[in-house]
Design a protein around this ligand. Sequence first.
Ligand code: GDP
Length: 530
Amino acid sequence: MTLKQEVERRRTFAIISHPDAGKTTLTEKLLLYGGAIREAGSVKARRAQHHAVSDWMEIEKQRGISVTSSVMQFDYDGYRINILDTPGHQDFSEDTYRTLVAADSAVMLIDGARGVEAQTIKLFQVCKRRGIPIFTFVNKMDRASKSPFDLMAELEEVLGIRSCPITWPIGTDGDFKGVYHRDIHQLEVFDGSVNDHGSTKLESIKGSVEDENLREFLGEDYHDRLVDEIELLDVAGDPFDLEKVRSGELTPLFFGSAMNNFGVESFLEKFLKMTTPPLSRHSDDGEISPYDERFSGFIFKIQANMNPAHRDRIAFMRICSGKFEKGMEVRHMRLQKNIKLTQPQQFMAQDRDVAEEAWPGDIIGLFDPGIFALGDTLLTGSERFHFEGIPVFAPEHFARVTPEDSIKRKQFVKGVTQLCLEGAIQSFKRLDIGMEEIIVGVVGALQFEVLQHRLKHEYGVDIRLNVLPYRMVRWVKGTDSLDGLNLTSSTLRAQDGDGRLVLLFENEWSVDWAVKNNEGIELTTITDRD
Ligand code: GDP
């Protein structure tokens, strides 16, 4: 196949959701349709146990196995699909945010009874910032759920996105009858009794809404209500507009039950048609089209200790243009040298395999002897460019970190620097005192344990970690110096690892104070890596 054909059949997306909304279940059903796995339960079994686990070592141990699912590739109906998996544990949510940078679209999974939840809001904002298409699947419709109109209002009020229902649920009080497909005027009937928790594919029964049988089937009450609601949507709702969907302004809305395999395949089919093939990527030399024959890609995630048996580190590269071939020589732009990509790994649903070739939209795992950093650009050809940096997200936990034994300071600094490059932690330096003191910031508190463990085992340094009271960091724009700012006494002036000015706050109140009392400055929660 040609480059054009390979690009056009690719779909690379991530599923975003709050824990427990059903992401693992949905992923599994998608893989099932793609024939990538044979029975349900196989993803779950390999999966790091989420949220309840407080011991990251346990997570890591399991990750050694579950990591093959970092990216899941499978074929469906002529498409080559890459699902980017994201850590279930919210303490590793920074990893999730970064993974979204490699996706061309997102499926937002919502629990019908719970609506939009905290973690969904954060993940949504990262997607929105990139303007990628977002598709909403409301799950667990087999149980009582919020009214679909309320859910639409919630999407608009909480997330600021308008939605266009493609399917519409019938019976939302635990009396779920199925969904009506507005585009093809058909009813997909739910029969909760036919399945054994969806471990096999369930055929859906379809029938037109005009069909007399349908009224008979649903009964007058349900049918009347459906007709009224569909009319209301047709008159007052947003019309479907593919342009708006693709620019992330309108989210197509679907309802179903992942566990019961209901509404999943019809969702997949429509989603694949509506979403985009790999998109162009911004670089300092303009847009790089996936159809560009020159190979290029960037590193969006680095994962250490994937295999506990021998310490290894894998850098995940998203291919942006051209054809990738095993053993090819590429230019490492940051290091300004050529390197050979000899043992690239490709991640299938259940195994990792050596990648002989890959195309834009695909993700390749590269063994990393310590030469890769987040955002690194790799390319071939005579022109040189860097892809736009991977955003840096505001940490929420801070600690002063020092080596137990000051003789080990050199290894300590080396380790901290490496972990910063990998994006496992962020480092800050206070501006008010001359001392070389390292403050480490992390998005999830478990990352402190990762820091402690890795410095000890990889760099032979025991560290002392004093947790600081700060809860927020904001990057400061609109001034060259923090000296003259009017701030609360608990606010700390500092700079991040790349020398950008930041303020560390203990509470919202201090953030508000800084905003109100310092005209002309702007405080941001996300910044771009250089
Ligand atoms: P994750 O944390 O988002 O990966 O969620 P899981 O896929 O592990 O699902 C969380 C729980 O919700 C599990 O007990 C699932 O069996 C259940 N679940 C998932 N989908 C559905 C569904 O469609 N209906 C119902 N009733 N439960 C579901």
